[in-house]
Design a protein around this ligand. Structure first.
Ligand code: FES
Length: 580
């Protein structure tokens, strides 16, 4: 930790718009004054953009306008000038073809909103899955002082007396209906019980994982990740974050000071300890790419490999975020990692101090929710990166959500050329498949879908489910919802639409998955694989125009974060020319 605060007072970038008596300055200030702002607000104090991903169509962030008021209160108290700015909001549960296709568009638009407007720092008000990485990517690219405030998870869901989790039980109940173990009426009744309050998914899905990643990276105040959306302490957190960002601007404490290689290593180990989402892999790689930290898929495997999953939350375990908060939340996990020698203790956070200073006294209030290591869900909790002739650049799997007996398995491939092919045939009892087979899905990667949809956890065929089987190996270039589970190999790179070996797998090929040895092998001779790859021709249509064209033309592979190639790197926030 070698950060030295800048001297204060000094001239901030917002003064390029607001200082002086020129015609242009009067133009900028004058129009702002139509909102009733007094003259002294333009006197050189930090102008803080509250970048708000509120949207009626992003229900997980539906309460963020109220939360923004608490952020504003904190900024006023600390002597800043808050300005609330609506930004691109991609809802995981609504956006088609998939919110992931718009993560980079959101990051691009928000980066330019930060750069092109008179703000000196930003509060990133986020929640639903893609909103957190897209704003962190934008903040990394501009390197303006920024702090994350998440909206917090929903309260626990309950159905017929049982705890039910966002997403996780949607998949479970859907399979139960297909297997004949649940009625459609009960499924509809359960719909009412899953989302009891404002907030993001209450499982350790992608939203909770990314909230935890933001905290582990040091980009949010300690304790932010787990506070339920409707708990009064969530509003306190928002207000404190508003106060803090003003001082961060005065100190010039930037994302690049915080998101160092050590911070990413802390985040990866944290993801292993919490049983976090596989989606965190692509998002952290993309954020690292923006801030200029050389962080690879192999680093993910190396850092996460020996981390035990100690957070007993769905989809890997049995509790939900509400219990995680009551147990002490992420600070307890970070303290555990520190005690185990798995945390870079001196990593800097938005608070301006080392992460260890914030968590060293954290207390675990429930050892059934945050488990001791000898009762961990799995001792190898990190995301496993498997490689081989089927995934030369790597593929990922979450061991804590997988079936142990399938982690080393050889089976016959049953191939679906794309998601429509899968949907058309999976319920057909004539499909030649049993539980020993390996389901293979192609053309669902960043380019192929396009956008890398969360379809990798393909539902099993009904005839297998009816035998009481609940898991099979599934391999694809898609992603999987962080709330999902199963022995699911994801992000296979290069993807099928880019001509990766996945594209040439055929029905009846034998596939070997060997997670302990990190291997994924298509058991055909090398010359046969070469011949098939030579014959391969793209089958995915190329969009003719619009953002879909831009995305498909420039998106990189999942193994490097699926960012657009021309957006990687930090471009800073230089003040451009005036327009008048
Ligand atoms: Fe928005 Fe899960 S769908 S947080």
């Amino acid at each position: 930790m070698s950060f030295k605060p800048a001297t204060w007072p000094r001239r901030l970038r917002s003064q390029e718009w607001y200082a002086g008596t020129s015609r242009d300055t009067i133009y900028h200030r004058g129009w702002m004054k139509n909102q009733g702002y007094p003259d002294d607000l333009f006197d050189g104090r930090p102008v803080i953009g509250i970048l708000n991903t509120w949207s009626d169509l992003t229900p997980c962030n539906g309460h963020l306008r109220e939360l923004a008021e608490k952020v504003k209160a904190g900024i006023w108290e600390a002597g800043g000038f808050p300005v609330e700015v609506p930004v691109f909001s991609a809802s995981e549960n609504t956006f088609r073809p998939t919110a992931m296709m718009f993560r980079n568009l959101a990051a691009l638009s928000i980066e330019e909103q930060m750069r092109g407007q008179p703000i000196d720092g930003a509060v990133l008000l986020v929640g639903c899955d893609k909103t957190t990485p897209s704003l962190l990517m934008a903040a990394a690219s501009t390197d303006l002082p920024s702090i994350v405030v998440t909206g917090g998870p929903m309260l626990n869901g309950y159905f017929h007396g049982e705890r039910i989790g966002s997403g996780t039980h949607l998949w479970k109940f859907s399979e139960a209906v297909k297997a004949g173990d649940m009625t459609q009426e009960d499924f509809l009744e359960a719909e009412q019980s899953m989302s009891r309050s404002s907030g993001s998914c209450n499982t350790m899905g992608t939203a909770s994982s990314m909230a935890s990643m933001a905290e582990a990276l040091g980009m949010a105040l300690s304790g932010n990740a787990a506070i339920p959306a409707v708990d009064s302490r969530r509003r306190v957190m928002a207000q404190l974050s508003g106060r803090r960002i003003v001082q961060m601007v005065k100190d010039d404490l930037k994302p690049s000071d915080i998101m160092t290689r050590h911070a990413f290593e802390n985040a990866v180990r944290t993801n292993g300890a919490i049983g976090g989402s596989t989606n965190a892999v692509v998002h952290l790689l993309a954020i690292a790419g923006r801030v200029g930290v050389d962080f690879t898929l192999d680093d993910w495997d190396r850092c996460g490999r020996d981390v035990a999953t100690i957070v007993n939350l769905m989809p890997s375990g049995k509790y939900l975020m509400e219990e995680f908060f009551y147990a002490g939340g992420l600070p307890v996990v970070l303290r555990h990692l520190g005690d185990a020698g798995l945390l870079h203790k001196d990593a800097l956070t938005v608070s301006g101090t080392a992460i260890w200073d914030e968590v060293r006294n954290a207390v675990n209030h429930n050892t059934d929710v945050i488990l001791p290591v000898d009762r961990a869900l799995t001792q190898q909790g990190g995301i496993a990166v498997v490689k081989g002739n089927l995934a030369p650049n790597g593929a990922v799997l979450k061991p804590s959500a997988a079936s142990p007996h399938l982690l080393s398995h050889r089976g016959r491939a049953v191939v679906f050329e794309d998601i429509d092919d899968y949907k058309a045939r999976i319920n057909d009892d004539a499909l030649d498949i049993d539980e020993t087979c390996v389901m293979v899905l192609k053309n669902c990667g960043p380019r192929g879908y396009p956008g890398m949809a969360e379809v990798g956890n393909m539902g099993l065929p009904p005839k297998v489910l009816k035998k009481g089987i609940t898991d099979m190996i599934r391999i694809s270039d898609a992603r999987m919802s962080g709330t999902a589970y199963g022995t699911v190999v994801l992000h296979t790179s290069p993807e099928a639409a880019a001509g990766g070996p996945l594209a040439v797998v055929r029905n009846g090929d034998m596939i070997e998955l060997d997670v302990p040895n990190r291997r994924l092998h298509l058991d055909i001779p090398d010359h046969e694989l070469d011949a098939r790859l030579k014959e391969w021709r793209p089958s995915v249509e190329t969009p003719e125009s619009g953002y879909a064209w831009l995305h498909q033309a420039h998106v990189e592979g999942a193994d490097t974060g699926a960012d657009l190639d021309f957006l990687k790197g930090c471009r800073g926030a230089p003040v451009g020319k005036d327009s008048h």
